[in-house]
Design a protein around this ligand. Structure first.
Ligand SMILES: NC(=O)C1=CN([C@@H]2O[C@H](COP(=O)(O)OP(=O)(O)OC[C@H]3O[C@@H](n4cnc5c(N)ncnc54)[C@H](OP(=O)(O)O)[C@@H]3O)[C@@H](O)[C@H]2O)C=CC1
Ligand SMILES: Nc1nc2c(c(=O)[nH]1)N=C([C@H](O)[C@@H](O)CO)CN2
Length: 240
């Protein structure tokens, strides 16, 4: 019986790389996506079950939870990857109001992990393996703040608090940990000046790459002694 791992946000970048990695390593991947991408058909052809859900729409969240509880008896792990990186500065012409920036950040980075972890904890407990995991993908800025992404950073700090609370609630059956990267991968459109400034913030001036985070996830899945902790994969940002 394949071990099922639920990953949120598998349409691109880290979520897509992680889903592909776990599929290649024999896991049954259950993935969520918001916008559709051609690459999703490749995940489906490799056996992934994909569910379209916009986590900003509560009705879709409720329906998604009911579908997961109806379709699966157990889960080996849940990886909360889905994330929006909204700046505090509202773009001209945007229909987002200032207050909505904080609402959205708390919704996707705190509300969704909170709701899914509580609703699906029994599926984790049902899994027959010795190890069951919840992994929250957070961010280095949770510990330092960010003057341009204050709401984002605050929500990732709250996510790290949830890690400790759920670790206490779900022990000893389920381990719950955060991974807090800095500078995994630039986005298309990031210009050279931005990249140079961002890389200079760390002792190790480089992109971590998706493999660094995936290696950390593999480590956590194999660990039988780490819970309530936060793996900080940040190139030494804290020492610059
Ligand atoms: N990239 C980096 O350098 C760093 C990333 N991180 C964290 O690592 C994780 C992965 O990063 P990265 O791959 O760059 O993230 P991206 O922003 O590239 O992708 C995030 C994913 O989440 C999905 N998502 C966003 N909002 C919603 C929503 N409301 N409902 C459903 N799905 C949603 C996106 O879907 P859609 O395609 O539809 O938008 C997308 O698939 C994130 O948690 C991020 O905060 C932390 C530090 C650095
Ligand atoms: N959901 C996202 N979160 C973050 C992203 C991203 O692209 N999507 N990118 C970063 C940056 O790498 C930042 O750490 C330095 O530019 C942070 N979070």
């Amino acid at each position: 019986m394949k071990q099922a791992v639920l990953i949120t946000g598998v349409g691109k970048r880290l979520g897509l790389a992680l889903a592909s990695h776990l599929l290649a390593n024999g896991y049954h991947v259950i993935g969520t996506y918001r916008r559709s991408y051609p690459v999703l058909d490749e995940l489906r052809s490799q056996g992934a079950d994909l569910y379209q859900v916009d986590f900003y729409q509560q009705a879709q969240v409720d329906s998604f939870i009911e579908q997961i509880k109806a379709n699966y008896q157990s889960l080996r792990a849940i990886v909360h990857n889905a994330s929006d990186w909204l700046p505090d500065q509202i773009q001209a012409g945007s229909d987002i109001k200032q207050a909505q920036v904080l609402e959205k950040m708390m919704s996707i980075h705190v509300g969704i992990p909170y709701q899914l972890n509580l609703a699906l904890q029994s599926l984790l407990r049902n899994h027959e393996s010795r190890f069951k995991d919840i992994i929250h993908i957070s961010d280095y800025v949770a510990e330092k703040g960010s003057k341009k992404h204050m709401a984002y950073a605050a929500s990732k700090a709250a996510l790290n608090s949830l890690t400790m609370s759920f670790a206490s609630l779900l022990a000893p059956d389920v381990k719950v940990n955060s991974i807090s990267p800095a500078m995994i991968k630039f986005n298309e459109g990031d210009d050279d000046a931005y990249k140079e400034k961002a890389l200079a913030k760390a002792l190790l001036p480089k992109e971590a790459g998706f493999s660094e985070i995936i290696n950390a996830i593999d480590f956590i899945l194999a660990s039988d002694f780490m819970t309530g902790r936060n793996l900080q994969l940040d190139g030494g940002r804290h020492l610059k």
